[in-house]
Design a protein around this ligand. Structure first.
Ligand SMILES: Nc1ncnc2c1ncn2[C@@H]1O[C@H](COP(=O)(O)OP(=O)(O)OP(=O)(O)O)[C@@H](O)[C@H]1O
Length: 305
């Protein structure tokens, strides 16, 4: 089978601001049509990685869009990339529609693609106003629309949900999923992890300028810890019974019981029921993406030496 090149390849990316190194040998690939979440704490290096890919910052290392290398002085392949980095740079005296006309490349498809984006992002009621009057969310929507123009193969979005209301968040999610199903690759940074959990196929976790984890969302969530919180009519006895059956139990708000692959809620209920214990409350406490990422970053080997 013919090998399809990755949509984006980043190899040995290092970045210095003066003498201060902010990226340390960053390596990763983005597969075509995947949505990749780039996550990490404030200052971890997400924006710097994105700016380096787009040749907006000088860096050391190799970056390729598909099979084509991109460098600070050689960036033809960036024609196939759409991006929104930090806040969009807009011309105050131009309307939103004039911005879209300015950035569109293919005149033949300009009118339909601009109209479709305006419609999909619900921008009709402000698109013919000058950008100087735009709110944060309106600017952000226009910046997103510009990133989606010209059918890019790769779209890079840095904190795209900034300033977006719930409807706009929903519209953007629908647009990203539609474009990704059509083959567009996305690299998206966001602190809104619940939203990334709904969108991303793959995750790259950055900490102190290094990649500390590259994984699929499914893999990460499958490895996450499953626990139940329960209250019984005799919690002390319940602890004794569960520990004797090799469950890890801690006392919190009720009993917190870790569940491994070989254990289950049904088995817990049966064990306690066999001893005539009454379960008064029971609920699942599965880790979400936030908890899983915090654990990755907290691991000592995740810290850059
Ligand atoms: N122009 C600059 N000059 C000097 N240092 C910079 C510059 N821009 C970024 N940095 C430093 O590089 C590091 C990475 O910053 P970056 O903006 O890439 O982080 P980030 O992960 O995007 O953070 P956030 O989530 O807060 O946006 C930080 O330590 C930051 O202080």
């Amino acid at each position: 089978m013919e090998n399809t090149p990755a949509a984006l390849t980043v190899q040995h990316l290092n970045k210095f601001y003066g003498h201060h190194q902010t990226l340390f040998d960053v390596n990763f690939q983005c597969q075509p049509g995947h949505i990749i979440g780039l996550v990490g704490a404030n200052g971890a290096g997400k924006t710097t990685i994105m700016r380096s890919i787009l040749s907006l910052a000088r860096h050391q290392g190799q970056i390729s869009i598909g099979p084509d290398p991109v460098a600070f002085n050689h960036h033809a392949a960036l024609n196939r990339v759409g991006a929104l980095i930090e806040s969009p740079g807009l011309y105050p005296y131009l309307t939103g529609r004039e911005h879209l006309k300015l950035f569109v490349k293919d005149d033949a498809q300009a009118t339909t693609s601009i109209a479709t984006l305006i419609n999909q992002l619900h921008m009709e009621n402000f698109i013919d106003e000058r950008a100087q009057k735009y709110s944060l969310g309106m600017k952000q929507k226009l910046g997103i629309a510009i990133a989606f123009l010209n059918q890019p193969q790769l779209i890079i979005l840095d904190e795209p949900l900034n300033g977006l209301d719930p409807q706009a968040t929903h519209d953007l999610r629908a647009l990203i999923l539609k474009q990704s199903a059509a083959g567009t690759t996305f690299l998206i940074s966001s602190h809104i992890l619940g939203e990334l959990q709904r969108l991303a196929d793959d995750l790259i976790v950055i900490d102190h300028g290094s990649v500390v984890k590259e994984t699929t969302m499914a893999e990460l969530l499958a490895q996450s810890q499953h626990r139940v919180q329960l209250t019984t009519n005799d919690d002390d006895l319940a602890v004794t019974i569960l520990q004797a059956a090799n469950y890890h139990v801690s006392m919190g708000d009720g009993l917190l019981v870790d569940i491994t692959d070989q254990q289950s809620v049904e088995k817990i209920m049966q064990l306690l029921g066999d001893q005539q214990l009454l379960i008064q409350d029971i609920r699942h406490l599965d880790d979400d993406l936030e908890a899983s990422i915090l654990k990755i970053i907290a691991q000592p080997e995740a810290q850059h030496a």
